[in-house]
Design a protein around this ligand. Sequence first.
Ligand code: PRT
Ligand code: ZN
Length: 324
Amino acid sequence: MSNDARFERQTIHRTYPSPRAHRIMIDKSTRLKIALQKSGRLTENSLDLLVRCGLKYTRGKDQLMCYGENMPLDVLFVRDDDIPDLVQQDVCDLGIVGLNVIEEKRLAFEARGVKPLFEQVMTLDYGRCRLSIAVPEGVEYRNVQSLRGKRIATTYPNILSRYLRENDVQAEIVTLSGAVEIAPRLGRADFICDLVSTGSTLAANHLWEAETILESQAAIIRTPVPVSPEKQEWIRRLTLRIDGVQQVKESKYIMLHAPRAKLAEIRQLLPGSEAPTIMPLEGSTDKVAVHAVCRENVFWETLESLKAAGASAILVLPVEKMLA
Ligand code: PRT
Ligand code: ZN
C-alpha cells in the first residue's frame, strides 16, 4: 500500500466513522477535498461561496466534514492556520484562507528550507484587512526608522521580519500567539504589528496605525502536485463558477426605454456595462429599449440620472448566475 493510501485509510478510521462517509472518502483520486476555517471570520462567507457555486452537502456527525451530494467535493473544517499545511501535506487539494496566513506560512517554510507546496489560485472578495505596524499614543514615531532597536509584538514574525529587512531596520520581534494589542501596556513590546480592519481595536487600546505592511483578503490555494484528470476538471469548473459568483454579486440587469437622441448620454450613465442591447420599440420611432448588464452596483442616484437624461420604464433586476 502506498503511503498516501495508508494515510487516507488511517484518516478515514479516525475521523469519518459513518459508512456513508467511509464510502465517499475512500475515493481519494476523484473527490476533491477543500479546507475551510471551522469557526471564524472566513467561515460563513466561504461556505456560502461553495453553496452559490451549486454545492449541496450533508454535514458529518462530528461537524468536521461536509460531504458534497451533487459534486465530488468534500469540505474539511479546521483552524485557518492549519489550512496551508493541509494542502502542503496533500491532505486537502484546495483551501480558503487569508493572504496574511498564506504569506506567513510561505515565508516560514522558506526560512526552514522547505519548498511551499501550495499556490494561490484566485483572491476572493471578502476577509479584507491589512497587517499594520501600530504605535501607542504618546510614543514618538516618525517613520519606519523609528522601529530601529525596538521590540515589536506580532503573530506574523516572518512577514514582519521581511519588512524590516527590506527597510534595513534591525528590531526585536516578539512573537505572540494572540492578544497582541495589549503587549505595549504589559511592557512586553514598544510597538505592535497586527491585523486591522475597522481600526476600532487599535483605537480602544490607544494605538494608532503607522505603516501598512500587507494588504490581505481571502484567497483559494491549491496543491501544485498534479491531481487526477477528474479532480483537475472539477477544480477548473469550481474556479469558473467562483469567478461567476464574484462577478454576479455586484451585477444588475437594467432594462429601460430611451429616446434615440439621448442614447449616447444614457449609455454613459450605465455603470460598468460594456455592450448594451438596443432594440426597437413597437409603434415608436423615436424611442428604443436598452438592456444592459451593469457590473457595478446600481444606486438610486444612477436611476435618477438616467431619468433626468430622458430614460423611462427603468427596471433593475438582480443577476443570479453568470458564466463568462
Ligand atoms: O480559530 P482560528 O485560528 O481559525 O481563527 P483566528 O482567530 O486565527 O482567525 P479570525 O477568524 O479572527 O480571522 C480569520 C481571517 O480573517 C484572518 O486570517 C484574516 O485573513 C481575516 N480578517 C479580516 C481578520 C480581520 N479582518 C480582523 N479584523 N482577522 C483578524 N482580525 C482581528 C485583528 O487581529 C484584531 O484583533 O480583528 C481585530 C481588529 O479588527 P478591527 O476591526 O477592530 O480593526
Ligand atoms: Zn488562526
